[in-house]
Design a protein around this ligand. Structure first.
Ligand code: HXC
Length: 537
């Protein structure tokens, strides 16, 4: 616990007021208090160096992350037991990681924060054992775990014992996957195999300038490939936030990063057996949003920002966007509708016309699976021209990656609502939570176009011979497009066949979705018994 800047341990039971302490007990307590204070304050030179690097210390980070006074530290006195490599005379308490539990807005979380001021936060056997313990406790208690990474990786002096320690972390993370939310925060180096820990987490946060994550550092890269890159160019926050997709969130400073982790936790259930924390209802079922009609152009090729639609649908227009900088042609956010937490997936017509491609499929699939694992209903906003064509995509396996999203939706048992905002073509229509893959409620705006492909493409395929033989192919094409549009693409075509449950006024979308979520609140669907499926990883 932090008490006016002082770190308290689990042994700090309050003194019995009025009961005189026997002197030896009192002395022992004072000694223990002084030791705890010394451990918590750390070595002043190392702390100054950490600050000079523009980084907070492990304990300063925990102070910002957790509710004031809520932290209970465990294993503070732990030391490594290594005797060789001149380690016997250098065995600081904590072994370079602060572990324990606290609360965020009164809700329990487990934490570990690597302390770069001790052995560069590197991981040896004792350090790893502390992390193992906190992961085991988090799983047993059914509460989220938050890892603050700032480490030089495997402790070189401990050899294979360090590698064994990492393996134990990864195994526990996999065991915890889909059971408790896992948040990983990179606030310094995270090198080598250590990077697999953030990769296994549900959400990974990084802070610009101070965080780097890579499997092999710049020196090895230069030796093996001849490429010369800086730490930031190789594995900085923008690389992982915008290019590799390893980082879910990217920040300019630690304070805003830690504040957003608190916001994220406020949207998550403690574990897979609990619902996400709801706030009081907001009367969304009576809340018309006429602005929606203005935001989305009726012309199918005109761009707009899907996030403006999402802001109209969610309470207070508030949401947390995951992977904001990566695969921007699909938008995934967490927010609330009528106080209930929802996950929203939407095509983004502003980027690549909102097509689905490899990265968008991966991003949305992981998000859908997270929401499904943690009982968060899904709202899918569809405005998609199809999958991105081309050899680049095909050779890189767009079929395999697109199947991930398909698999994720097919498997999801949480309440699911699809809203077709404008167009929905081909395989992308099916994948974006169509009736056929199991959506519970499909709503469409009146100008929707649901079809195998756009009318022009359809006519070119169906009437190739007629068009080639025609003396006025332009007029014939126009006529055939009109005919095809009227017969197969009119907005009620899908509704008449039960593939869309209702055609709604765009201004009523928040109302319709809120009512749908209410209707589906008690949805129960047990997946068939099996060890696990075989998703196209
Ligand atoms: C032991 C380490 C250490 C490590 C840093 N230190 N990394 N001690 N094992 N892995 C110590 C340094 O000796 C130094 O101690 C202190 O931490 C601070 O480190 P500096 O180098 O002074 O800091 P800085 O200049 O900021 O550089 C940070 C760094 C660099 C980029 C992380 O220390 C570095 O390259 N370290 C080695 C990284 C690495 O190769 N790790 C192994 C990766 S392989 P003093 O006493 O001088 O203060 C791996 C495999 C895991 O992790 C596989 C799991 C499956």
């Amino acid at each position: 616990m932090r008490d006016g800047g002082r770190t308290m341990s689990i042994a700090d039971t309050p003194l019995d007021a009025g009961q005189p302490l026997r002197r030896p007990v009192q002395l022992a307590r004072e000694r223990a208090g002084r030791l705890r204070l010394r451990i918590a304050e750390g070595h002043s030179d190392a702390v100054a160096r950490q600050h000079a690097l523009g980084k907070l210390t492990a304990r300063e980070r925990l102070d910002l992350l957790l509710d004031a006074g809520s932290f209970t530290e465990i294993d503070m006195y732990r030391k490594h037991q290594v005797r060789g490599m001149k380690m016997a005379e250098n065995a600081p308490h904590t072994d370079g990681v602060v572990t324990g539990s606290g609360t965020i807005e009164g809700r329990r979380v487990f934490v570990y924060a690597q302390d770069f001021t001790i052995f560069g936060g590197s991981l040896g056997a004792a350090h790893a054992a502390k992390i193992h313990k906190v992961l085991d406790l988090a799983i047993a208690a059914g509460a989220p775990v938050i890892a603050l990474n700032d480490s030089g990786g495997a402790r070189i002096q401990e050899g294979v014992m360090a590698l064994d320690g990492y393996g134990g972390i990864f195994r526990r993370q996999v065991e915890a996957s889909g059971v408790i939310p896992q948040i990983s925060v990179v606030l310094g180096p995270c090198a080598g195999g250590a990077a697999y820990s953030p990769a296994l987490a549900d959400f990974t946060f990084m802070v610009r300038d101070i965080a780097q994550m890579y499997l092999t550092g710049p020196d090895v890269v230069a030796a093996v490939t001849g490429e010369h890159v800086s730490h930031a160019e190789l594995g900085g926050a923008d690389v992982h936030g915008g290019r590799s997709g390893v980082a879910t969130f990217v920040y300019d400073d630690e304070e805003s990063c830690l504040a957003d982790i608190r916001y994220l936790v406020s949207l998550l259930p403690a574990n897979n057996l609990e619902p996400a924390p709801a706030l009081p209802a907001r009367g969304a079922a009576f809340d018309r949003r006429p602005a929606l009609t203005e935001i989305v152009p009726t012309e199918p090729n005109q761009p707009y920002d899907m996030r403006s639609v999402i802001a109209e649908l969610l309470d207070d227009g508030d949401f947390l966007e995951v992977h904001e900088l990566w695969a921007q042609n699909v938008v995934c956010v967490l927010g609330r509708i009528d106080g209930e937490v929802v996950g929203v997936v939407g095509n983004q017509p502003m980027v690549l016309a909102g097509v689905l491609d490899i990265e968008a499929s991966q991003k949305a699939a992981r998000f859908v699976r997270f929401c499904d694992a943690f009982n968060i209903p899904l709202v899918t906003l569809v405005d998609v021209p199809g999958f991105l064509p081309g050899t680049g995509q095909e050779y890189a396996g767009v079929i395999r990656h697109g199947a991930k999203l398909l698999y994720a939706y097919c498997e999801a048992t949480v309440p699911r609502i699809q809203v077709i905002v404008r167009k929905a073509y081909g395989g992308a229509y099916i994948v974006m939570d169509s009736r056929s893959v199991g959506t519970d409620l499909s709503l469409a705006w009146p100008a929707n176009e649901i079809a195998v492909m756009g009318a022009e493409g359809a006519v070119n395929v169906l009437f190739r011979k007629e068009l080639a033989a025609s003396t006025s192919p332009g007029d014939l094409r126009t006529e055939l497009i009109k005919q095809y549009t009227e017969e197969l693409m009119h907005p009620h075509y899908a509704a008449e066949r039960g593939l869309v449950d209702d055609v709604i006024d765009p201004a009523d979308t928040r109302i319709a979705v809120a009512k749908g979520l209410d209707m589906l609140r008690t949805k129960r669907k047990d997946p068939p018994r099996r060890k696990h499926g075989n998703a196209p990883l």
